[in-house]
Ligand binder design. Structure first.
Ligand code: GLC
Length: 634
């Protein structure tokens, strides 16, 4: 069963269902509500097509069993046919973007920036397959992943959701992730959702929800290219983007959503909105609904406003401002995806083969995550070959991110903005816990300023620094006032200006405690190995100067042991920079400017044997010629 062939059987089945549906049922299928705003009875009474758990939302008991029970109730309500209700199973979606990171005890993989450093498509495919199994273990069917942004400005708070600033790695990632998640659409598969269409990685100044000013050719060559790969891999759902293109919001952009994606690129699946994405189109909600539906969005993620959405679209349908042709086309796509995924034939969530499977968060899955961590680490400096560390050395481990599993996971982990501490990430290892497992003479500093560092007791210090968790616009860095002005997102008439993470990429200004700690320990004559835990490269000139070795660890997830294994030489470094590393704030987003001289170039990385060879395959120029030919051929 496929969407992409001229599948008469699929078409007849869809048309048969459509013919049996009332206008209310059709409109209901176009609605995705949130678990906290809709009950199974609502699903039944309003014929809702899907439910989601937003990042951080979960059943009271945050266990796979409780998730299975939750979705089983929604599914049962949807499938209880009766007068005025056609039995159509709901889809349940979640942001399983680096493992099933909403659920306690899940295997949490490195965020995409780390996978970009690892540059291993086979690893991505295996991670996606295991993520699918842990999603299925919780009884749900759909993840809002992969994120296919080609992030060009590391001021963006979602840089860590991108595998890098060059197109080719994101293209390879797209194919591997969709193939790993959806496979043959059989019982081991979940639905993937390529996001966000289109161009959020190219917003001016890296402003989340901001404006991508690129010309169409560049939008095709860079931001659309990964979607070609995702479409070839058979992705069945795509999410529209919050950003604007040349000043016009993607959620209302018919040319991008319908003419290009559905027309020129022949996407036959389901296009969904982002979280209340419609409300950014106008301060008049009803007008915004009409614009978004007519632009080509098929299913609407309307957690807060789904009652209003239903009323509004019903009005549009009755007065013809949204045609029945458009509504029927949207519902056909939704039904086709559900049929192609075999949703009608699958047992109820509680009876599915993977539901409550004991492999959830198991050692085998964590071993894969540890492999990913090892491959993601980038060695930027190693004076006097201080690395690898000796396992018998008297090692002092310090820094705010040394023993904090939550900080290793970053945003979209248990909570939308992530968590701090260790309790909420069970089954995991912090970097300190990883060191403890390998080195008997290591000790954990209790003093945030390094007052307990003593050259008589410590041969070397491992200082783990960096950012706190963040997600989306709350992770943006705004370098100047102009960016503050452009930040505003219009939502139902209110200008939303989110407080940014900071006003600079300089770590010593964002987190002065880190340089203070490194300096205090180094001043005692103890060599400092610094590990940076962050969602992006930062300006770290002063921290580098005080450190004998420096490692970019990105956001490694639940398996901090993987960091320790490489630091002690059980494995060598192999990671290469997926983003150019800035010398100053001015380098952010400046890759294509003449004279751009970052501190470390894209693709840079050291191993214990010295410089890793240049990764020529990521050469953007040759690829651009190929992509231009591709785009013109369509
Ligand atoms: C968020 C994100 C999107 C996510 C969705 C559901 O706003 O933009 O990536 O999938 O909401 O949580």
């Amino acid at each position: 069963m496929t969407l992409f062939g001229s599948d008469a059987q699929l078409r007849d089945r869809v048309n048969g269902l459509l013919a049996s549906m009332s206008l209310e049922q059709k409109i209901g299928q176009m609605v995705m509500a949130e678990r906290s705003t809709c009950s199974p009875e609502d699903v039944r009474n309003f014929h809702l097509g899907a439910v989601l758990c937003g990042s951080g939302s979960h059943p009271e008991e945050n266990t796979p069993a409780a998730w299975v029970k939750m979705n089983d109730a929604y599914w049962a309500a949807a499938m209880a046919a009766g007068p005025g209700h056609v039995a159509i199973p709901t889809l349940f979606g979640v942001d399983a973007i680096h493992g099933h990171c909403n659920v306690s005890g899940a295997t949490v993989f490195p965020h995409n920036i780390g996978l970009g450093a690892a540059a291993d498509a086979g690893l991505v495919r295996r991670i996606a397959q295991i993520t699918a199994r842990e999603v299925l273990a919780s009884g749900i069917e759909w993840t809002f992943a992969p994120n296919l942004a080609v992030a060009r400005n590391i001021c963006w708070g979602r840089s860590y959701e991108s595998v890098g600033e060059q197109v080719r790695p994101v293209v390879d990632f797209a194919r591997a992730a969709v193939e790993g998640l959806q496979g043959d659409l059989g019982e081991n598969a979940v639905l993937a959702c390529a996001k966000h269409w289109v161009g959020d990685g190219g917003n001016a100044h890296g402003i989340d929800h901001g404006n991508n000013p690129a010309e169409l050719e560049a939008l095709r060559e860079i931001d659309m290219a990964p979607y070609l790969a995702a479409l070839e891999a058979g992705v069945l759902t795509i999410m529209a983007s919050f950003n604007s293109w040349k000043g016009e919001k993607c959620h209302g952009h018919k040319f991008l959503l319908t003419d290009i994606l559905k027309g020129e690129l022949q996407f036959k699946g389901m296009l969904i909105s982002d979280w209340e994405g419609t409300t950014y189109l106008s301060d008049d909600y009803h007008s915004a609904v009409g614009q978004a539906v007519n632009a080509g969005i098929d299913m609407f993620m309307v957690p807060e406003s789904w009652h209003r959405f239903i009323e509004s679209l019903h009005q549009h349908a009755l007065n013809g401002s949204v045609s029945m042709t458009r509504i029927n086309n949207a519902v056909r796509r939704i039904l086709a995806v559900k049929i192609a995924y075999g949703l009608f034939e699958r047992p109820r969530p509680a009876a599915r083969p993977w539901s409550n499977h004991p492999s959830f968060g198991c050692a085998e899955h964590r071993n894969l995550a540890r492999e990913a961590v090892r491959k993601s680490l980038v060695l930027l400096q190693n004076r006097n070959s201080v690395l690898p560390l000796d396992k018998t050395a008297r090692l002092l481990v310090a820094g705010k991110n040394a023993h904090n599993r939550g900080h290793l996971c970053g945003g979209f982990s248990i909570e939308w903005q992530g968590v701090s501490g260790n309790e909420q990430i069970p089954g995991a290892t912090s970097i300190w816990e990883g060191v403890q497992a390998l080195a008997a003479n290591a000790s954990l500093s209790e003093d945030p300023l390094g007052g307990d560092a003593d050259p008589q007791q410590h041969d070397v210090a491992l200082v783990v620094v960096g950012e706190y968790p963040y997600a989306e616009g709350l992770g943006d860095v705004r370098l100047n006032e102009q960016m503050m002005v452009e930040t505003g997102s219009q939502m139902s008439g209110a200008m939303i200006v989110r407080e940014p993470y900071g006003r600079t990429l300089e770590l010593c200004q964002l987190h002065p405690e880190d340089l203070q700690l490194i300096s205090n320990i180094a001043a005692k004559g103890i060599p400092v190995v610094t590990v940076l835990v962050s969602g992006r490269p930062l300006v770290v000139n002063r921290e580098l100067e005080k450190s004998v070795a420096f490692v970019a660890a990105w956001l490694p997830g639940s398996e901090g042991l993987g960091v320790a294994e490489v630091l002690f030489g059980d494995y060598d470094f192999q990671g290469r920079l997926p983003f150019s590393w800035p010398r100053t704030d001015a380098d952010a987003g400046a890759q294509d400017q003449p004279g751009f001289t970052p501190l470390f170039p894209y693709g840079y990385g050291l191993s214990y044997q010295g410089m890793l060879e240049e990764n020529t395959s990521a050469n953007g120029s040759r690829l651009r010629k190929t992509l231009r030919r591709l785009a013109l051929r369509r």
